[in-house]
Write a protein that binds this ligand. Structure first.
Ligand code: PMP
Length: 376
């Protein structure tokens, strides 16, 4: 008899859904190291002033925590609408615990058995999981050789696969490639499915206002997804959102669990939004760090994909895992992701990037660089 109550049964003995057998929980390694450049976070914590406001807001809530929170998260959605601009109102905004949850709501409402989601790879590695969890068929088509997508590629893929949902990530994780708004418009006009544009990293681009949000008034099947986890420096708060026609929001409201946004999450996000200028205050620094590191990596003779986001892919290495481990040994955590041979590094503070550069300089002579991707 075991004394460990957790060992009373094994996963193999449980009636797990067959399609989940052998699956691993999603996630990059969460290691406590000095320089964390692996999940594209904003490395700057809130100022003491904002922290105080957050603590006060949570403190105030403690007095009514016996009550359910606002199920519609109305005030937060109003704040998000004001933040986005483009004439949007709260009823065109939907919000969830990270854009992961918002995207899941979309697939619960519009995907499901018999429905197909189409996207272009390499792209964000959670997309297949949203599909799996909602029993939606997941179909991918490779991006162009330079990892861009254009209207011809997308429209012909849509004709081939007849998706119910088309998912375009811009700037794309992990390549950093942007899709111009004009191309999104061209695509939209030639397809009849829902078009989801994931703009998780939009605030880091050169012209953040150049967004698919501008197309919403004339494009009822268009959905633009955003997050407060990246530029907005609120990854721990778990707030993602979308902007779309009211009807899309109404569909999400049908599938969401009641009270899905905790009172604390709503309050934290509202404090962050009340301090928008400050929360986004370091975006310019991070944009610059991203461009500087791309240039520096190229100068080391490495291949770097031109990125408009706060991260970039560099390589290619015969053994990227060995490079990843050598960097980790020096206290620098990057991400093993993307096409073969590449590593992804997020833009950190100038001090963090200096440590990254020094560490990579030390490590590089021990590894074989295989130059250009054969398809580039
Ligand atoms: N979309 C993209 C392209 C991402 O890279 C991420 C985070 N890595 C997300 C969505 C999800 O972000 P969150 O759930 O934290 O809002």
């Amino acid at each position: 008899m075991t004394t460990d109550p957790g060992a009373a049964i094994t996963l193999a003995e449980l009636p797990l859904r067959p399609e989940l057998v052998g699956e691993q929980p999603y996630g990059a390694p969460q290691l406590d190291v000095p320089v964390m450049l692996n999940v594209n976070e904003n490395p700057y914590p809130p100022s003491p002033k904002v922290r105080q406001q957050m603590a006060a807001a949570i403190g105030e809530l403690a007095g009514t925590v016996n009550r359910y929170p606002d199920r519609e998260a109305r005030a937060l959605r109003e704040d998000l609408a004001n933040y986005l601009g483009f004439g949007l109102g709260a009823d065109q905004i939907w919000v969830g615990n990270g854009s992961n949850e918002v995207m899941t709501h979309l697939l619960q409402a519009f995907g499901g058995p018999g429905r197909t989601l189409l996207t272009f790879t390499p792209t964000y590695s959670m997309y297949p999981e949203y599909a799996r969890n909602t029993h939606t068929r997941y179909v991918t088509v490779p991006r162009r050789r330079d990892f861009s997508v254009d209207a011809d590629l997308v429209v012909s893929a849509v004709a081939d696969h007849r998706p119910d949902l088309l998912l375009l990530c811009t700037p794309n994780n992990p390549t950093g490639t942007q899709i111009p708004v004009s191309v999104i418009q061209e695509i939209y006009q030639q397809v009849d499915c829902l078009v989801i544009v994931d703009e998780a990293y939009q605030e880091f681009t050169e012209v953040p206002e150049d967004s698919a949000l501008a197309l919403l008034p004339s494009c009822g099947r268009l959905i633009v997804s955003r997050t407060m986890s990246k530029a907005f420096a609120l990854a721990g708060g778990r707030v993602g959102y979308l902007a779309a026609a009211r009807a899309v929001v109404d569909a999400c409201r049908i599938v969401r669990l009641p009270y899905h946004m905790s009172a604390q999450t709503q309050a934290l996000a509202r404090v962050a939004l009340a301090n928008t200028q400050e929360m986004l205050g370091q975006v310019e620094v991070l944009r610059e760090q991203s461009q500087l590191i791309q240039r520096w990596l190229r100068n080391q003779g490495l291949q770097v994909l031109p990125s408009q986001a706060n991260f970039c892919l560099f390589g290619r290495f015969t053994d990227r895992h060995a490079v990843w481990s050598d960097l980790l040994e020096r206290g620098v955590l990057v991400r093993e992701t993307g096409p073969d041979g590449y590593l992804r590094v997020s833009a950190g503070t100038p001090e963090e990037m200096a440590v990254f550069r020094d560490s990579l300089t030390e490590v590089l002579p021990n590894h074989e660089v295989i130059g250009y991707h054969e398809e580039v």
